[in-house]
Design a protein around this ligand. Structure first.
Ligand code: FES
Ligand SMILES: [Fe+2]
Length: 340
């Protein structure tokens, strides 16, 4: 297990943001959420406000959502259209959609002020099957490297499915508490007894390839889930259903505050199955939320010194903890049985 200190307090959050969340590919949304020139998506990644925008040539660009004058925000968080330029919300500086400072509006003349030195700070943006990711680390490996194991296992027949629903859930726990819960099926019989009607829980499996943890269980005849879950390092679930899929972003908002953003993509020919799937998804989330918040409360209470991981059921958790330790330059966490 990782030291309990990593799951609580401001230092832990800061270390995770700097060592993990700002160095990895983070899911932002879907290409169809910003189809026209000037359309943008703004969000906060690893505590850093960012914005991706559709340029006139149709390509995407992404920047820190910070003005070079006095750090104003270019756009509010969320989606919108900024026209042909970003206009800073504070004093109105204008930036072309490729990031160049076009006009320091009514600034006055200052000898030596060169607008070319005040362009927006660019960040990496890459897409895969319409899914848009950003990365604050300019030296990171390409998105395709992370995605490769998923691309091999997930038929692309679902790539054309439209975004039909978004849901957000707030959970009072550290983001890693939630991730670890996502990465094991050990809790299914206790926490989600309904799952056994949908998939064969006793045959739940976990496999790790590259930096993707796959898990699944054989689907029963009337299954809505369909039984394949993929998770991409460090905080993205890809839930593949029988008739669609859901991207599940796990955002660290505070040391003990996580926001789940769910993006549902569904087969237009199967919309009659959507309400039942959403109802099941809501139920599962409410069940996970309760156990994760109870775990967090105990991690913060001080009595728990760290525990043990099942070599049969918690290989995904063990992999995640090892990966966190490596990212934060910590020793590999000890455990009873060496797995993975
Ligand atoms: S902070 Fe952007 S124009 Fe002043
Ligand atoms: Fe769960």
């Amino acid at each position: 297990m990782l030291p309990v200190e990593l799951y609580r307090g401001d230092d832990a959050l800061r270390n995770d943001r700097e060592g993990v969340l700002r160095r990895t590919w983070q899911f932002l949304g879907h290409e169809t959420m910003l189809p026209q020139p000037g359309d943008y998506l703004a969000d906060v990644i690893g505590g850093a406000p960012v914005v991706a925008v559709r340029k006139p040539d149709g390509a995407l660009a992404a920047f820190h959502n910070v003005c070079r004058h006095r750090a104003g925000a270019l756009v509010a968080d969320g989606a919108g259209n900024c026209g042909e330029a970003f206009t800073c919300r504070y004093h109105g500086w204008k930036y072309a959609l490729d990031g160049r400072l076009r006009n320091a509006v009514d600034f006055g003349s200052v000898p030596g002020f060169d607008p070319r030195q005040y362009g927006l700070f660019p960040i990496r943006v890459e897409s895969w099957r319409g899914l848009v990711f950003v990365n604050l680390d300019a030296g990171a490996a390409p998105l395709a490297d992370l995605i490769a194991p998923l691309a091999a296992r997930w038929p692309d027949g679902q790539a054309a499915f439209p975004l039909v629903e978004r849901r957000t859930h707030a959970i009072a726990c550290n983001w890693k508490t939630y991730v670890e819960n996502y990465l094991e099926g050990y809790h299914l019989p206790m926490v989600h007894p309904e799952f056994d009607g949908d998939v064969v829980v006793s045959d739940y499996w976990t496999e790790i390839e590259g930096e993707v943890v796959f898990s699944g269980a054989p689907a029963r005849d009337a299954s809505v889930y369909g039984g394949l879950w993929a998770w991409l390092w460090p905080n993205l679930g890809v839930n593949v259903y029988r008739h669609g899929y859901m991207m599940e972003r796990m955002t660290a908002v505070g040391p003990a505050e996580t926001r789940l953003d769910y993006f549902y993509f569904f087969d237009p020919a199967q919309t009659q199955a959507l309400p039942e799937m959403l109802k099941f998804s809501d139920l599962v989330t409410a069940q996970d939320l309760q156990v994760c918040e109870e775990v967090q409360r105990n991690l913060e209470a001080g009595i728990y010194p760290g525990g043990v991981l099942s070599p049969k059921h918690e290989t995904g958790v063990a992999w995640f903890q090892d990966r966190i330790a490596r990212a934060l330059d910590l020793p590999r966490p000890p455990r009873l049985a060496v797995v993975g």
